[in-house]
Design a protein around this ligand. Structure first.
Ligand code: G3P
Length: 214
C-alpha cells in the first residue's frame, strides 16, 4: 500500500520525505488555510520535495471554474494531481481533465457509486473519507471494502486512496481491505513505528549490555 502525507505543511512534507517511505502528498483547502500561505507557491514547494503525486484541490463548485483552477494547478509541476469534489460537476470536470491527460483525485467520496462513476470518467484516484463516516456512526472501512470489490469486479484502474485517516488502526485495516493508497497526518505515519514493547525491549537490551560490559 502506498502512503501519502495529508498535510500542506512544508515541515511535515520534509519530515515524511526524510523517512524514505513517502509516495505522495494530499492537500485540501482546510489544510492550506491552516498554513496561511499562497496555495500555488506552497504546492510548488511541496512538489520540489516530493516527486510522487501531489493533490491540489479546486475551490470552484461548477464545471468552468473547476477547469480553470484545475488547469492552473496542473501547470505548477508535472506531479500535480487535480483534486475535484465527487459531485455531478466534479464528474464532468474529471472526464474533461482525463481527456486532456490531467490526473485527478475525486475527493469527498462517501458512497461506492460515486467511486464507480468517477472511475468511468477516468479518475486517477478516488478518496473515500473513512473518519468522517465513522464520525456519523457509519462504517468507513466498509466503504473501502465495497469500492475495492466494485473496482475488482470490472478491472477498474482508479486507485482507492483511503482518506480522513485518524489513527493507525484505520491504516492497518485499509491495508487489509486492499486500499491502493492511504493518506495520513504525519503523526499517524510516525505512530506506525511505535510500540511500548519495542521501547521496553531497547531499554532491557541496553541495560543487559551495560551490566556485562560497563
Ligand atoms: O484530505 C482529506 C482528508 O484526509 C480529511 O481528513 O480528518 O479532516 O476528515 P479529516
Amino acid at each position: 500500500m502506498q502512503i501519502y502525507l495529508d498535510s500542506a505543511s512544508l515541515e511535515d512534507v520534509k519530515a515524511a520525505h526524510d523517512l524514505g517511505i513517502l509516495d505522495g502528498v494530499t492537500t485540501n483547502p482546510t489544510l492550506i488555510a491552516k498554513e496561511r500561505v499562497d496555495y500555488t507557491r506552497r504546492l510548488a514547494e511541496i512538489c520540489a520535495v516530493c516527486k510522487g503525486p501531489v493533490s491540489a484541490e479546486v475551490i470552484a463548485t461548477e464545471f468552468a471554474g473547476m477547469m480553470r483552477e484545475g488547469e492552473a494547478h496542473a501547470k505548477i509541476a508535472p506531479n500535480i494531481v487535480v483534486k475535484l469534489p465527487s459531485t455531478v460537476e466534479g464528474l464532468k470536470a474529471c472526464k474533461a481533465m482525463s481527456d486532456k491527460g490531467i490526473r485527478t483525485n475525486l475527493t469527498l467520496c462517501f458512497q461506492a457509486l460515486q467511486a464507480l462513476m468517477v472511475a468511468k470518467a477516468g479518475a486517477f484516484l478516488v478518496s473515500p473519507f473513512i473518519g468522517r463516516l465513522d464520525d456519523v456512526g457509519e462504517d468507513g472501512m466498509e466503504l473501502i471494502r465495497t469500492i475495492r470489490k466494485v473496482y475488482d469486479n470490472y478491472g477498474m484502474k482508479t486507485k482507492v486512496l483511503a482518506a480522513s485517516i485518524r489513527h493507525t488502526n484505520h491504516l492497518l485495516h485499509c491495508a487489509i481491505a486492499g486500499a491502493d493508497v492511504a493518506t495520513c497526518p504525519l503523526k499517524v505515519i510516525q505512530e506506525c513505528m511505535k510500540h511500548p514493547l519495542t521501547d521496553q525491549g531497547i531499554e532491557r537490551f541496553l541495560a543487559d549490555y551495560k551490566k556485562a560490559f560497563g
